[in-house]
Write a protein that binds this ligand. Sequence first.
Ligand code: DC
Length: 204
Amino acid sequence: MSFTIAIDGPAAAGKGTISKAVAAEFGFAHLDTGLLYRAVGAKVLAGTEAVQAAQNLQSEDFGDADLRTTKVAEAASKVAAIPAVRSALLDFQIEFAARDGGAVLDGRDIGTVICPNADVKLFVTASAEVRADRRFKELTAKGDQTDFQKVLAAVIARDERDAARDVAPMVAAADAITLDTSDMSIENAVAQAISAIRAKYIPS
Ligand code: DC
């Protein structure tokens, strides 16, 4: 049985947390597709050419804690606008989505390009200020010295680049359910996502 859940949305909207919770609830596998682009971005920062990096990704490229930094996120967003980088990462994502036992993929183009026939599509969003505030708290909790305005500017710049690119831009699929988490607790957002999926999922 394959059952695919596509979860898209901008940075720090809560899609990672929701995806993990949904995968655990239904016993599905989870792929954070942002990590693929982050791994390519990190390789580019280390001197590798972008398409070369995308074509030669290995599983050990995903374990690095540095992939979560703002610098790598920005590099990821830049390489993600290169069509040949996206096509090098396509087959892996499509195969993952079709795996037996169900799959949750989160990213920017899952419901539109990777899995246009996904069984459930969610678009998880929140205001730029709320998302920047969440990211700011995460960063300061880790001991990073930064200020809110800087984080907000980075969030907005990344959104604009991800939404404006020609290939597979970030956009809600026409048949996606939008979940605005600006005024929601994470528990509430997860509960809403799970109930939207339950309405469509009949375990065999
Ligand atoms: O989800 P994230 O913040 O880890 O993603 C990092 C960047 O990767 C994001 O700014 C754009 C790119 N990305 C993408 O273009 N398509 C995806 N499916 C996932 C991420």
